[in-house]
Design a binder for this molecule. Structure first.
Ligand code: ASP
Length: 331
């Protein structure tokens, strides 16, 4: 057994197959929340991700994680996160156990999350987990000896998405300091904006929130970011913050999270970004979206060079390659 995790600390076995693993700073660590990262951690992750980007462009795939196995355990639907983790692992020469439909696994027989992760880690070196409950990844990590990567825990966090979002901003605009980021849509249930706002607060940014009041950014997140001295402002329409915006981060209204369907109906379709909307925006700004979109950005925007959401998905591959290499002791 190459790795043992005890009470959150990692004790590497003295019989590791690779000499570099014991000193790799992220070896064996869980990735559960963006609050784990400092600015220098982010610089390091983005350097590795940038290297992955160049390696993929040059040679497509390579054997950094040959022989390693990832278990992709998804209790909620996913297209991008699950397939980009699969692609990341395979481009690094590793392989994947896909459990994308827990209905067909022993979860449907009533198996608990701790038992399911303890099962999968018998076969895999790292587990990527998406679950509808806030804190599910932290619970899984408590029981697992192998690293757990949080791929979204209900309305809680989506740390790997926030990392790829920030990497997108760096690769597209060259910096994060000095930027104004405007988040629009469902800021209450959207876990990606919860994680992204927290990560951005490590930089010198201004954050605007545009949302209908019933899906406004949670007060505790605004208070947390305020304590870091970050200027924030709230709006219900985009017209005032748009002209100063460098990054417009659009989100979908999260229909599945509403307990009252009438509430969803009252806010669905609140905002639609069209080419006409972008006439009032800077020429060198970018439009991002974690996707899927369900009408918040009209398809006519896709050909605008400022539309970065398809490129954003591709950056996600490189960030996830970097994270897998890091937690498996190879970066
Ligand atoms: N794909 C993102 C998530 O899993 C955004 C969304 O579903 O709207 O949180």
């Amino acid at each position: 057994m190459p790795l043992t995790k005890t009470n959150g600390t990692i004790t590497p076995s003295p019989h590791l197959p690779f000499g570099d693993q014991q000193t790799a700073p992220w070896y064996g660590k869980d990735i559960l929340s963006v609050s784990q990262f400092s600015r220098s951690d982010l610089t390091y992750i983005f350097e590795v991700a940038h290297e992955m980007r160049e390696m993929v462009a040059r040679i497509g795939a390579f054997d950094l994680l040959k022989g390693k196995i990832l278990a992709n355990l998804f209790y909620e639907p996913s297209t991008r996160t699950s397939s980009s983790f699969t692609a990341a692992m395979e481009r690094l020469g590793g392989s994947v156990i896909p459990i994308n439909e827990v209905r067909y696994s022993s979860v449907s027989k009533g198996e608990s999350l701790p038992d399911t992760v303890r099962t999968l880690e018998c076969y895999a070196d790292v587990i990527v987990l998406r679950h509808p409950e806030v804190g599910a990844s932290a619970l899984a990590a408590k029981y697992a000896r192998k690293p757990i990567i949080n791929a979204g825990d209900g309305i809680g966090e989506h740390p790997t998405q926030a990392l790829l979002d920030l990497f997108t901003i760096f690769e597209e605009l060259g910096t994060v300091d000095g930027l104004t980021v405007t988040m629009l849509g469902d800021l209450k249930y959207g876990r990606t904006v919860h994680s992204l706002a927290r990560l951005l607060s490590l930089y010198d940014v201004k954050i605007n929130y545009v949302a209908p009041p019933i899906v406004a950014m949670p007060r505790e997140i605004i208070a947390e970011i305020d304590r870091k001295g970050i200027p924030q402002a709230e709006f219900t329409t985009l017209d005032r913050p748009l002209p100063e915006t460098d990054v417009l981060y659009v989100t979908r209204i999260q229909k599945e999270r509403f307990s009252d369907p009438d509430e969803y109906e009252s806010v669905k379709g609140s905002y639609v970004i069209t080419p006409a909307t972008l006439q009032a925006a800077k020429q060198d700004m970018i439009v991002m979206h974690p996707l899927p979109r369900v009408g918040e950005i009209s398809m006519d925007v896709d050909d605008d060079p400022r539309a970065a959401y398809f490129r954003q998905m591709e950056y996600g591959l490189f960030v996830r390659m970097a994270l897998l290499a890091m937690v498996l002791g190879k970066a």
